[in-house]
Design a protein around this ligand. Structure first.
Ligand code: COA
Length: 258
């Protein structure tokens, strides 16, 4: 498979998908989301692929979020459409894939990047990784499932704090929260993922697919629509205009408030 913004390779029965925009810290733009959609759809249908690792290129970032430059000028409707389409085409697709998907979080996983790692079946991080949902610092909220999956993984109180403070946590803190399952050095990250996959692929892929379906069925999907609606509404606010302009102009935001 040939793509512009991602790399896909296969080592025996494991596919490795690498988001490849290192100069933009692998931020998710429209093209990347579309290519990831195509790659995951194809890999999910490929019987020779027993597991997938998702990672970012370079040694600095997994994914530093959705590409802010692409949506800063969006209307409320366009904002809601962005979140709804992204959730459908990528985040829900990954979460519900029958093939196990491990996120190898090799650096910053912020905003849409943390959300993408949370859509994966579980996460392994390198010790330089930093994770957070900084959207409220831009005058918007997480729109790719972060308001739902973060509380599922770390509990409501910790998720509320992380979302409201727009803070970043270290890999070790993420481990203590249960957001990632292991923390290792960057050199050890991919070998550990392959080792875990070795244990997974000894088992029945039919039963694993059924387990993924059953685990996911235990979580309500009602909140996602509320998130899309609230995300879209943020695009009509002065705070959103100020937050995104400030980021692009590399200055601190001065929110006018309601
Ligand atoms: N969208 C678009 N571009 C992004 C981006 C994003 N989410 N994250 C990083 N970039 C770009 C920067 O604009 C910069 O581009 P430039 O070199 O053309 O100016 C490049 O990637 C490198 O980022 P930079 O900010 O210079 O690196 P840093 O080491 O100083 O800071 C971060 C790293 C991750 C702390 C910082 O990039 C950041 O805060 N990114 C945004 C995180 C965010 O809010 N994500 C949620 C989006 S909804």
């Amino acid at each position: 498979m040939e793509f512009d913004t991602i790399l896909v390779e296969q080592v025996e029965s494991t596919a490795i998908v690498t988001i490849n925009r290192p100069k933009k810290l692998n931020a998710l733009n429209k093209a990347t989301i579309l290519e990831l959609h195509t790659a995951f759809t194809n890999l999910g249908a490929d019987k020779s692929v027993k597991a997938i690792i998702l990672t970012g290129s370079g040694d600095k970032a997994f994914v530093a979020g959705a590409d802010i430059s692409e949506f800063a000028h969006f209307t409320e409707e366009e904002g809601a459409r962005l979140a709804g389409k992204g959730q459908d085409e990528l985040f829900n697709l990954v979460e519900n894939l029958s093939t196990p998907v491990i996120a190898a979080v090799n650096g910053f996983a912020l905003g849409g990047g943390l959300e993408l790692s949370m859509a994966c079946h579980f996460r392994v991080a390198s010790d330089n990784a930093k994770m957070g949902l900084p959207e409220v610092s831009l005058g918007v909220i997480p729109g790719y499932g972060g308001t739902q999956r973060l509380p599922q993984l770390i509990g409501k109180g910790r998720a509320m704090e992380l979302i409201m403070t727009a803070g970043m946590i270290s890999a070790d803190k993420a481990l203590s929260y249960g957001l990632v399952n292991y923390v290792v050095t960057q050199e050890e990250l991919m070998p550990l993922c392959h080792k875990l996959i070795g244990k997974i692929t000894n088992n029945s892929s039919v039963a694993i697919a059924a387990a993924i379906k059953a685990v996911n069925a235990g979580f309500s999907t009602e909140g996602y629509a509320a998130e899309i609606e609230a995300f879209g509404a943020c695009f009509g606010t002065e705070d959103f205009k100020e937050g995104t302009s400030a980021f692009l102009e590399k200055r601190k935001a001065n929110f006018p408030g309601a």
